[in-house]
Write a protein that binds this ligand. Structure first.
Ligand code: FAD
Length: 464
């Protein structure tokens, strides 16, 4: 990342291409990871430039459904969130253009047709979006930027390298938080009207609904995403969490038999609310209520340190989906146990259908395939057992990524890839006592669940 060109005016922005187009007719924000109108620094940066040059501003979203990797229900969640965004943007005189198809082709078509002066992306540390942004920066004859509005401290400011773990990133983030944990400006009514007609999403939505309906159903059809989508739902979930759950969050978050988590990961993943907003609101609440302080500290650890550590890893290490991304001690240790006898071996179909001998594991799998989310504590157990029951760590990682991304509404996220490598291959962890199959990677056992919480209640809750 030595050649990263961080904007001198705003450290949240990197300049991917400085080739400006002085004759440009508009400014575009390509919304992808941060699907919201409030607290969106990428949208705000695009509006600032449009205002400076008296240009219209539009938001572009490219949709390319892939039902082999994500359940159809995820696209419905995404689309209804977009419909709300379209309405909110329209109130500010900013149109939302939704394009369907190959992002490279559609975006280049858009650039050729609309001739923007400048284009803003929201930062995404994953390989696909990064390559897309680099491609557009090379091809388009306008300035191209990426803005980190997903992390409180921009990933390139938090650290210039891949961190060893939370213990090395934590002090860096704590030192920088005061500079970045600040209220963002508000999006203003855009004074320059968009000149041409726009295809409304409602019309396009029908086309997309049909497109999804026509696609073959891959896997489970009983998945029902319990979370309503969109910005309003995200804010309401955030407010409920701070009002009712933050008080006991430090303790209850590790108990899958209770409803003690924030439930915010679907919204954070799609960017319907920013972690910045959640932390700002929780901080205000905790300042006047000392009984919220412990919950607030725990939230900082999860939603800032752990979450931003995941982006740090994926930003600096392209091997986030395979064993090569794991620390060397863990790779060597797992390899030295490759021929250990596996007492149970399951194939992907058996795992997917929750047909193993372990009722706790089956319950967690059912929680995910029925509700689109698995309790965070069970996610660790769920992962580690798949390592035990797969022919190799590589096979375990591949299966876990498929299952997590396909069913979990917060899947396809740096948090998921890092969580899987943490569980299976010791990423951001230390060596533990040696055990069969796991080697020095930390293991988990059913009796541990039993000691920690009422596992029977959890199993009963997710029984068919
Ligand atoms: P809360 O406990 O209320 O957490 C609040 C927020 O803090 C989360 O939304 C998330 O942004 C952050 N957070 C909490 N725990 C972690 C963590 N361990 N690492 C990074 N950030 C964290 N998270 C995802 O967002 N998507 C995934 O696909 C995903 N897959 C995971 C797979 C495995 C194997 C493991 C061990 C963890 C995974 N996580 C994933 C991290 C964590 O389990 C979830 O973020 C959490 O369960 C989401 O539910 P919540 O928002 O109600 O949690």
């Amino acid at each position: 990342m030595a050649d990263l060109n961080i904007s001198s005016k705003n450290k949240r922005i990197i300049v991917l291409s400085g080739a400006s187009n002085p004759a440009g007719r508009c400014v575009l924000y390509v919304m992808s990871r941060d699907q919201r109108t409030r607290d969106n620094h990428a949208l705000l940066a695009a509006q600032t430039e449009a205002l400076e040059h008296g240009l219209p501003l539009a938001v572009v979203f490219v949709l390319q459904p892939n039902v082999n990797q994500r359940a159809k229900e995820h696209y419905r969640f995404l689309l209804s969130g977009l419909r709300e965004i379209e309405v909110e943007l329209a109130k500010k005189n900013i149109p939302l253009l939704v394009l369907i198809g190959d992002p490279k082709q559609r975006l280049m078509g858009c650039v050729t047709h609309l001739q923007p002066r400048s284009l803003y992306f929201d930062m995404n540390p994953l390989i696909g979006p990064k390559r897309l942004q680099d491609y557009i920066a090379r091809q388009a004859n306008c300035a191209v930027h990426a803005v980190d509005t997903h992390n409180i401290v921009p990933v390139w400011i938090a650290s210039p390298k891949q961190e060893v773990g939370a213990r090395t990133l934590r002090p860096k983030l704590h030192r920088l938080l005061a500079d970045y944990l600040v209220e963002p400006p508000e999006l203003v009514d855009h004074p320059i009207k968009w000149p041409g007609p726009i295809m409304p999403l409602a019309k396009l939505g029908q086309k997309i609904d049909k497109l999804l309906a026509d696609l073959p159903s891959n896997g489970q059809t009983n998945l029902q995403i319990l979370h309503p989508s969109g910005e309003t739902a995200a804010w309401s979930r955030m407010n409920d969490f701070i009002t009712y759950k933050l008080r006991n969050y430090a303790v209850d978050r590790n108990d899958p038999s209770k409803d003690g988590l924030s439930g915010l990961s679907p919204y954070l993943h799609f960017g319907a609310v920013s972690s910045l907003r959640v932390i700002l609101e929780a901080k205000i609440a905790a300042a006047s209520k000392p009984e919220l302080q412990a919950g607030y500290e725990t939230l900082l650890e999860e939603m800032v340190i752990r979450k931003e550590l995941s982006d740090n890893f994926c930003w600096y290490n392209e091997n986030y989906r395979n064993l090569s991304g794991a620390p060397t001690w863990a790779q060597n240790s797992l390899k030295s146990h490759i021929s250990d006898q596996r007492q149970h071996l399951y194939n992907l179909k058996e795992l997917e259908a929750a047909k193993t001998h372990d009722e706790a594991w089956n319950a967690s799998q059912r929680e995910m395939i029925l509700s689109g989310k698995m309790h965070g504590y069970m996610r660790m157990y769920w992962d580690k057992k798949v390592l035990e029951w797969s022919p190799s760590p590589e096979a375990a990682i591949e299966r876990l990524i498929y299952l997590n991304d396909f069913y979990s509404i917060d899947g396809g996220d740096p948090n998921g890839y890092v969580g899987i490598l943490w569980s299976v291959a010791g990423l951001h962890d230390r060596p533990w006592g040696e055990r069969p199959i796991y080697g020095n990677v930390r293991s988990m056992v059913y009796s541990g669940l039993k000691r920690k919480f009422d596992i029977e209640a959890y199993i009963a809750h997710w029984a068919i």
